[in-house]
Design a protein around this ligand. Sequence first.
Ligand code: FNR
Length: 375
Amino acid sequence: PSDSFLENIVSGASFPFGPEELEAEAKKKMSKEAFGFTRSGAGGEETLKNNVASFANYSIVPQYLKDVSQVDTSIELFGHKYQHPFLLAPVGMLKITHEDGEIAVAKAAAKHHVPFIQSTTSSYSIEDVTEASGTSPKWFQLYWSNNENISYSMVKRAEKAGYQAIVLTIDTFMFGWREEDMRNHFSPLREGYGTGNYLTDDVFLATLPNVDKESVVQGILENIYHPTLNWKHVAELRKWTDLPILLKGILHPEDARRAIESGADGIVVSNHGGRQLDGAVSSIDILPSITEVVDGKIPVLLDSGIRRGSDVVKALALGADAILLGRPFVYGLAIDGQKGVEKVIENFIQETKVSLALSGAIKVKDARDIYIVKR
Ligand code: FNR
């Protein structure tokens, strides 16, 4: 890797460095409601806090004298080669953060060859994002709809636009108990920020008695509330598409086993960034039990609490195949739109490379052999 550390020093870069500074700068740029929605977690935020704290319980035992001049961070997932071991997590309603929302994020992701996972509840549509970012890799995150025809329609739109995978989120069939949003009387969905994919969906629009803002918003809210979500829906999705299907929100090893049994091609170990069940286990703490069950049969991705390159190394060492970056890129968007996201991604790439090299891993696969000590 080039010495990006020196580059940043010489250029006198003024962009915030590190997750705390990033969050603090973003806070200055965002409305109280938007920042609260983005930063906060469910309940007493125990899981939100543990997500970050848990990473500190694992320490890397580096190995030296290995010639790490040619660090290669590329990975392969579902027959596609990606240049870095991370993707951008699905984050909905990005217009609350910046006017350009998902468009800016998708363009920044494209610039760095990082796949962008677009949320069902995006401010902009699948087609808008595709137009803006062309053929750069994109995945689609699906919130299962109360009306299966709508889910089907969105999956088909993603297929048509050349998206490379479908990520079914299994932990958000209802919203977590989010007190910060209650305090701020804020629901971005209710405010109409998550309409991009709905207002461009004929099947959805046909379900509404009249297409005024209120009925759209009500339609979307009802659409996502789906507490009957179960394994039969996964089997149904499997019939609809040949694209790789990943289940996002897996925490229980038994669910990982069932995911494989149901024909899922991959899983994302995640507690939704502490926004759903407060008290849920940290992704990094449960990861080893999951990779034991999965035993290499399908890729295991992970998110929730990844803040630094060293966190990526720890996740890879404990058996993840790739990770998703969440809040940090949203803060980059708040600070400076597309450029801000680019800067966050760039720093994240460089810190990951440096962390791999200093751990003694030349390829991402080598990270599996890194010796980790748990405190
Ligand atoms: C999310 N996340 C999310 N997940 C998903 O599947 N669909 C979505 O629409 C959203 N929306 C969303 C909005 C905001 C503001 C945040 C912060 C998160 C969860 C996201 O994909 C990921 O799991 C977490 O962000 C990971 O946690 P960290 O690393 O951001 O703390």
